[in-house]
Design a protein around this ligand. Structure first.
Ligand code: MN
Length: 205
């Protein structure tokens, strides 16, 4: 079974004015689609074709650059779209499991945003910033280069990602040009915390 490009759970223009329609459409139909097709081409006829994407990424360093880069690209964007919403923004409910874990890890939501923005802003070149769950259910922020992610054996800090932000220029250049910090702030307005909460509950079980 080949991997399939997931449909967006909203229209391309739904996240405006924060994420513009043209960027969203190119990002999904060209970039994400490209990673998906190249991943399928790289694993076709190999034992990896029968594995889940999580299983493939767990041993990313052993599979060569094509699988590592395109498998990461497939997974990372699939998670990214799912955790955005036109009704997003704000913070997780303070009484939720995620809200409590975030308060424990970061103090206030403002402090979480500042730490996440720093991770996204200081990632040199292309990559991702992540909110992740560790083995004890605690939360931490990290970043990875290129299309790597914290599921990979080669990641600097490993964990289960529940929120990721794409900081490749293709994710923001048309609207924000070199102003990555503005794009990061815009992202906070479209985070789907209900979805992140569900991912947290699953990862922290
Ligand atoms: Mn991207």
């Amino acid at each position: 079974m080949a991997f399939k490009l997931p449909k967006l759970p909203y229209e391309y223009d739904a996240l405006q004015p924060h994420f513009d329609k043209r960027t969203m459409k190119i990002h999904h139909t060209k970039h994400h689609n490209g990673y998906t097709n190249k991943l399928n081409a790289a694993i076709e006829g190999t034992p990896l074709a029968k594995k889940s994407i999580e299983d493939i990424l767990k041993n990313a360093s052993k599979h060569g650059a094509g699988v590592r880069n395109n498998g990461g690209g497939f997974y990372n964007h699939s998670l990214f779209w799912k955790t955005l919403s036109p009704k997003g923004g704000g913070a997780p409910k303070a009484t939720s499991k995620l809200g409590k874990a975030m308060a424990k890890a970061f103090g206030t939501h403002e402090k979480f945003q500042a730490q996440f923005a720093t991770a996204a802003g200081t990632r040199f070149g292309s990559g991702w910033a992540w909110l992740c769950v560790n083995k004890r259910g605690g939360l931490f922020i990290t970043s990875t280069p290129n299309q790597d992610n914290p599921l990979m054996d080669c990641a600097e800090k490993k964990g289960t990602p529940i929120l990721g932000l794409d900081v490749w220029e293709h994710a923001y250049y048309l609207k924000y040009q070199n102003r990555r910090p503005d794009y990061v702030q815009a992202f906070f307005n479209v985070v789907n915390w209900d979805q992140v909460s569900k991912l947290y509950n699953k990862a922290a079980k």
